[in-house]
Design a protein around this ligand. Structure first.
Ligand code: HEC
Ligand code: HEC
Ligand code: HEC
Ligand code: HEC
Ligand code: HEC
Length: 489
């Protein structure tokens, strides 16, 4: 007996479509998107490649000396050369390969990734354009964004479109109406409102895991859901001005005057500015060293302006039983801390003493090996991988096990139990809110894995990695009565 041809066809079609269904199921259902739309995936950057090459910042600086001088002391200038980044990138390439680490490069050196020049960690042989990190010709060539088409339907992983120009003419974009001489014969000018929006910063300041789309760094979304966004205070209004102006903006919600904007992009990374200044000094560039030290001082000042701390007593049955410490986010436009929260450390160090200087309570002191004690009260995150175990690296972390940061204009309370011996009438409490870029061991591990062509001793004068510097953001002291006033009245 022969099987009818039609039946065979049906069986074939059914099994073929079953195959298709199971294949389609391998694509993440929640994060569906058009992969062919993003040729550099997992970087979501797009390039309208014309006949105009990227121009290195030195070229722009020839006519825009002021913007160049401000930018070249900034962390954006160092986004690719950054030794901490290079150490991590080197580990990433070994762990997951360059196909995936181009995600990193899409934010840390977009031009170097797009032209294919950057093939992994290391600086040797790279052009000044690739080394320039987040440079002039990135921000001023952005012609649009694809924020709505991304896997998370939010800005992420470099979701912007770069167009450097057409028909041999560079086109640079800024929010101002161009004058007749705009571009000085080198470039034409296009008015674009985009540079006056937080969307400009969003694509790079929302970092998602390359595959699971977990928001590893969420500065843009934190800002967007907070009070500053509602009142039109943008990233630029706090990070593209000097410290005095930033404080005023944060306190009054009034925008800076047009003439107040500077290309500083100053944040919190005083460590990187300091390392950069050491390298500039070693290479004999005193001007650059000065700018970097200026950025270092601004970052420290910014951290010292960001928060406040209040100490209040808690009484039980009229007796001091706990010390309450309230940490307030005063002036950060997003959570405090933000960005790389599973690496940054912001913690409380508390000491309570009786009248004779005897220590009654102590918490959060750095241990001899540079690490923090297990019971420290810390504001940051612990990352975890797919196996739900603790993890640090951005290609492994797919969720946070602990995420304790303070929203813009918000606060968190921390309570410390205290046992006051008989006869003590008052207790003086000192609270310090402290910050550093990373745990000592994490920083040492990253710096130990920089690529071989980055010689830390030659470039930065680092022979042995010293203790990471700590900034005291706030120091407060309060004298607390051991008996409550109400008691016994
Ligand atoms: C969407 C853009 C984006 C992507 C993708 C990205 N980063 Fe970053 N990265 C940033 C931003 C923005 C910061 C600054 C955050 C801060 O200072 O807290 C940063 C900071 C860092 C730092 C800290 C540098 C320092 O000096 O403390 C390291 C290390 C780093 N990134 C490594 C990586 C690696 C490795 C990858 C790829 C697996 C990656 N990044 C992918 C945007 C990105
Ligand atoms: C991270 C993005 C970014 C980078 C990098 C950047 N700019 Fe800008 N630039 C802006 C923004 C935003 C404005 C608008 C500032 C304002 O509101 O006045 C601007 C404004 C300008 C203007 C108009 C005049 C002014 O200063 O406001 C010039 C000229 C300019 N940039 C040149 C440069 C040059 C040259 C570099 C590199 C040395 C550079 N930019 C790097 C974002 C950037
Ligand atoms: C030959 C000189 C020259 C070079 C090189 C040059 N520019 Fe300009 N650019 C000008 C002049 C002149 C203006 C008019 C405004 C001014 O004087 O600042 C201008 C204006 C701008 C503006 C503001 C546009 C506006 O509407 O106000 C931006 C942004 C800008 N340039 C970016 C760049 C970038 C990025 C580079 C490097 C890729 C660059 N320029 C290289 C001469 C130059
Ligand atoms: C009201 C002022 C204000 C606004 C608006 C603001 N910031 Fe900040 N930002 C701060 C302060 C203060 C700090 C230092 C404290 C901290 O690290 O959070 C900071 C720190 C940072 C850091 C460094 C984080 C670290 O610990 O390494 C980054 C990156 C950053 N901001 C990016 C942004 C971006 C992107 C936006 C817009 C989406 C933005 N900021 C909006 C005030 C502001
Ligand atoms: C092309 C991607 C890109 C764009 C666009 C971008 N940034 Fe960044 N930004 C980075 C990266 C990468 C770093 C971290 C460099 C590092 O630490 O090695 C950074 C660092 C910073 C820092 C310093 C953080 C610190 O810890 O001190 C600030 C502040 C900042 N950016 C603000 C802005 C603002 C404001 C805008 C928009 C006007 C913007 N950025 C646009 C990629 C970008």
């Amino acid at each position: 007996m022969s099987i009818p041809v039609k039946a065979v066809r049906v069986v074939l079609i059914v099994s073929l479509s079953l195959f298709l269904v199971s294949y389609a199921a391998a694509e993440p259902a929640v994060f569906s998107f058009d992969r062919s739309f993003y040729p550099y995936y997992p970087s979501l950057i797009k390039w309208e490649k014309g006949d105009v090459p990227f121009a290195p910042p030195q070229k722009c600086g020839g006519c825009h000396a002021k913007q160049y001088a401000e930018w070249n002391g900034s962390v954006h200038n160092m986004a690719f050369e950054d030794p901490i980044y290079q150490g991590e990138l080197n580990k990433a390439v070994k762990a997951v390969g360059h196909e995936i680490t181009r995600q990193c490069e899409g934010c840390h050196s977009p031009a170097g990734m797009l032209t294919g020049e950057i093939k992994g960690a290391g600086l040797a042989g790279l052009s000044s354009m690739a080394l320039a990190g987040v440079s002039c010709d990135i921000c001023h060539s952005i012609s649009g964004v694809t924020h709505q088409q991304t896997p998370s339907r939010d800005p992420e992983n470099g979701s912007m479109i770069l167009s450097t120009g057409q028909n041999g003419v560079p086109v640079k974009r800024a929010p101002f109406k161009p004058g007749p001489n705009c571009g000085g014969g080198f470039h034409s000018c296009e008015q674009s409102n985009f540079q006056l929006k937080a969307d400009l910063c969003a694509s790079c300041h929302q970092v998602y895991h390359y595959d699971s789309h977990f928001p590893l760094e969420a500065t843009y979304n934190e800002w967007k859901s907070g009070p500053y966004a509602q009142l039109d205070i943008l990233c630029q209004d706090c990070h593209m001005v000097d410290i005095r102006t930033f404080r005023e903006v944060a306190d009054t919600f009034r925008k800076p005057a047009r003439g107040d904007y500077r290309h500083y992009f100053n944040g919190a990374n005083y460590l990187l500015s300091y390392l950069g200044a050491e390298a500039a000094k070693k290479s004999g560039d005193k001007e650059l060293a000065k700018r970097l030290m200026n950025q270092y001082e601004m970052a420290v000042e910014r951290l010292k302006s960001a928060a406040d701390v209040e100490i209040t007593p808690v009484y039980r049955a009229g007796q001091l039983s706990e010390v309450k410490v309230r940490v307030k986010n005063l002036r950060a436009g997003h959570n405090l801390p933000t960005s790389l929260t599973n690496v940054r450390q912001m913690w409380l160090e508390i000491t309570a003493r009786d009248g004779n200087g005897r220590v009654l309570l102590s918490s959060g002191s750095v241990k001899d090996d540079g690490s923090l004690p297990d019971d420290v009260r810390i504001f940051n995150s612990d990352g975890m991988g797919k196996d739900f175990h603790f993890a640090v690296h951005p290609w492994v972390v797919t969720a946070f096990q602990r995420h304790e940061t303070i929203p813009a204009r918000g606060y968190k309370d921390v309570y410390y139990g205290i046992n006051v011996p008989q006869g003590v009438r008052s207790v003086s409490v000192e609270a310090k809110l402290r910050y550093r870029q990373a745990d000592q061991n994490v920083a040492e591990a990253l710096l130990a894995s920089v690529p071989p062509d980055l010689n830390l001793k030659e470039k930065y004068g680092i022979e042995k990695i010293p203790r990471l510097p700590i900034v005291d953001m706030v120091i407060r002291e309060e004298k607390l009565a051991v008996q409550s006033k109400q008691h016994g009245q």
